[in-house]
Design a protein around this ligand. Structure first.
Ligand SMILES: Cc1cc2nc3c(=O)[nH]c(=O)nc-3n(C[C@H](O)[C@H](O)[C@H](O)COP(=O)(O)OP(=O)(O)OC[C@H]3O[C@@H](n4cnc5c(N)ncnc54)[C@H](O)[C@@H]3O)c2cc1C
Length: 405
């Protein structure tokens, strides 16, 4: 029987969250295992912009997330490849005249954020992982079971037979976290009754480096700007819809789908000329009651999933990573084991309130914009206009969404 490999920290899941955490902990005298079920994506990334060459999954990264990726040494390769800065955000209500605009000038920054393809972020982080001698990347192998051996020693069994031990097991294994289930973490969850349709589209006019979002009675629709090339303009769409409407939209051929999208976004970026195949994701809100147990911590989507309407999911996840890494490294410097419950509770205390606040805000927005009653429609339209006319209030909202406070 193969011997059990020993580590200080084992991270399950090498998505954006898991890979970031491994890099954040590297170089400080800890031994780290990063376990990923999927094989490494080694296909050469296409350099020319065309509909089929963009990853349909993108993230709107806040300035705070960009700073973290800079600190992890991953940002430069994102810049060297491609990204699209957005300078402006326009949000409007389909049922009324309410509209609100946010601009980089209001926060005196060069941009409000960056749209980056998820594949590009993960690649940049995994390049850092592979260059780190203290991180063992075990890919194409899934975690099958995990057991607590003592108050701060965990045993992990991998599919195919390998075993390893660590002081701390970090679950970065996404929304359907197996670690969360196997370690019997309780979570509160409910269906939004929405699916998100995701695709890349080509549009006739420049997107003007603007993130467009229209609240329809059936759910919010976002058009996020992607890099343009040779006078051709591209956007990534996240179209959240009530469940019963999704199949009909997915069944449409390209032309009728583009026409439906153009109508839904009121032609703000001109005609929708083409679209990639559409993919739908069910949307569920989930929040773990506790993020930690002795020797175990949940991070990012394993701890919380949120409606994508404000593009906050991985931004919150990256803040979890920054805080957990800070607590682990401070503990390590004092000789405290990374799996110690008190240390992990500090991480939970610092992150849970923030995550809950953002989740509650997104849920309230979604509900408010679904309301059909006249007084509520009037209220939200008036609310948008009022916020737009009070610069300090608007600036505070914007700074919070950008992770600046
Ligand atoms: C439509 C849509 C749009 C979104 N837009 C935005 C946005 O604009 N901005 C934003 O901030 N967020 C956005 N989000 C949210 C964001 O995509 C997620 O928060 C983010 O991808 C979560 O990253 P993660 O690393 O926690 O999990 P994941 O990306 O799910 O990674 C988990 C990893 O764990 C691996 N894994 C799972 N189980 C095992 C196992 N047993 N053993 C080993 N490995 C395992 C998986 O293979 C995977 O690689 C959006 C989400 C959706 C659905």
């Amino acid at each position: 029987m193969a011997e059990t490999r020993q580590f200080d920290i084992a991270i399950v899941g090498a998505g954006i969250a898991g890979a970031s955490l491994a890099v954040a902990l590297s170089g400080e005298g800890l031994s780290i295992a990063l376990i990923e079920a999927q094989p490494l994506d080694t296909v050469t990334l296409p350099t020319d912009c065309s509909l089929q060459n963009f990853d349909p999954r993108v993230s709107a990264l806040t300035p705070r997330s960009r700073v973290l990726l800079e600190q992890l040494g991953a940002w430069q390769s994102i810049v060297d490849y491609r990204y699209c800065a957005y300078h402006h955000m326009t949000v409007w209500d389909a049922q009324g005249t309410g509209e609100i605009e946010f601009d980089r000038a209001e926060v005196k920054l060069p941009e409000l954020g960056h749209i980056v393809e998820n594949r590009v972020i993960t690649r940049a982080l995994l390049a850092r992982v592979q260059a780190a001698p203290d991180i063992s990347l075990l890919h194409s192998v899934a975690l099958s079971t995990c057991t607590r051996l003592s108050s701060s020693r965990m045993l992990l069994e991998l599919e195919g037979g390998g075993t390893l031990e660590a002081d701390l097991l970090v679950a970065a294994d996404g929304a359907l976290s197996r670690v969360r289930t196997m370690m019997a973490f309780e979570s509160r969850e409910w269906d939004y009754g929405h699916h998100a349709i995701v695709a890349t589209v080509e549009v006739a006019r420049s997107h003007e480096n603007t993130a467009w979002q229209r609240f329809l009675p059936t759910g919010p629709l976002a058009l996020l700007p992607l890099p343009s090339e040779d006078g051709r303009h591209y956007c990534s769409i996240v179209w959240s819809l009530q469940e019963h409407l999704v199949d009909d939209l997915l069944a449409l051929e390209d032309q009728p789908f583009c026409a439906a999208l153009e109508r839904a976004i009121e032609g703000r970026v001109g005609a929708v000329i083409g679209s990639t195949e559409r993919v739908a994701f069910p949307l569920r809100q989930r929040h773990a009651v506790d993020y930690v147990q002795p020797g175990v911590a949940l991070v990012a989507d394993a701890a919380h999933t949120i409606h994508p309407l404000a593009g906050q999911g991985i931004n919150l996840g990256l803040q979890d990573i920054a805080v957990l890494a800070e607590e682990i490294l401070a503990g390590h410097a004092r000789g405290v084991s990374s799996g110690q419950l008190e240390l992990l509770r500090r991480y939970q205390r610092r992150r849970k309130g923030d995550n809950l606040l953002m989740m509650t805000a997104m849920d309230s927005f979604k509900r408010l914009f679904e309301q059909q009653s006249l007084p509520l429609r009037w209220l939200r339209n008036a609310g948008m206009r009022v916020v737009g006319q009070i610069p300090p209030l608007k600036q505070q909202l914007l700074r919070h969404a950008m992770g600046l406070e």
